[in-house]
Design a protein around this ligand. Structure first.
Ligand code: GRF
Length: 215
């Protein structure tokens, strides 16, 4: 069974989506630990409710970022975590952790990368006036939202959308594709070749038109 470690900073609804997939028997994995960098992260309540070990690691207690990430890596390794999931972890992951888990850290981003990386993916999409946005699950490298893409899902954007409305629409899809990406990993179906992630035995949907409906 795949051993997971989850890093979060806040609400943790994607963490919950992973928990739900495991509890529903859709995902053959076990969450060994939740690590948060904020003492009041709501994700902690979710961990408590589902009897998942959690740990607050205070970044201000470390003199360098490297030391902070080394401590995270050590805690994950101690529990034999195999795959690390960033679930609303509002920091750029740095080296000791990247080195400990090469191509074994995933992130969910609320935009269709490489468009709108960074902290405000939904707002940037609304402000730009795009007609389609979505979300992306990708492996994490040293850049900001730059690693190889695993799955993306798209939603239409209306010119009248606010950041909040678009965020909700995207979030509903995040909760579907993140567990799906983890499931593919757990089944050994993801193969990284340079920037590309091949999904073994994957079929492209044949009629995939999102926006606008063309008659
Ligand atoms: C999500 O929109 C995710 O894409 C982004 O941060 C948000 C976290 O939400 N990385 P939650 O904490 O999982 O509810």
């Amino acid at each position: 069974m795949l051993k997971l470690g989850v890093l979060a900073s806040g609400r943790g609804s994607n963490f919950q989506a992973i928990i739900d997939s495991i509890e529903a028997g859709r995902l053959n994995a076990e969450i060994k630990i939740l690590i948060v960098d904020k003492a009041n992260a709501y994700a902690i309540e979710r961990a408590k409710k589902h009897s998942i070990e959690y740990m607050y690691i205070d970044p201000s207690k470390f003199s360098t970022k490297e030391d902070f990430y080394l401590e995270i890596a050590n805690q994950l390794k101690k529990r034999e975590v195999e795959l690390v999931l960033l679930a609303g972890f509002m920091r750029v992951v740095r080296k000791p952790l990247l080195d400990a888990y090469p191509n074994r850290i995933m992130n969910i981003h609320p935009a269709l990368l490489p468009s709108f990386p960074g902290l405000h993916g939904q707002k940037d999409a609304v402000d730009y006036g795009v007609r389609i946005s979505g979300c992306t699950v990708h492996f994490v490298d040293e850049g900001v939202d730059t690693g190889p893409i695993i799955i993306q899902a798209a939603v239409p954007v209306s010119p009248d959308d606010t950041e909040e409305i678009l965020s909700q629409r995207i979030l509903a899809l995040e909760h579907k594709i993140y567990p799906e990406a983890v499931k593919l990993y757990s089944e050994g179906r993801l193969k990284i070749e340079g920037r590309k992630v091949k999904i073994l035995d994957y079929k492209l949907p044949d009629n995939f038109i999102i926006n606008p409906p063309i008659s």
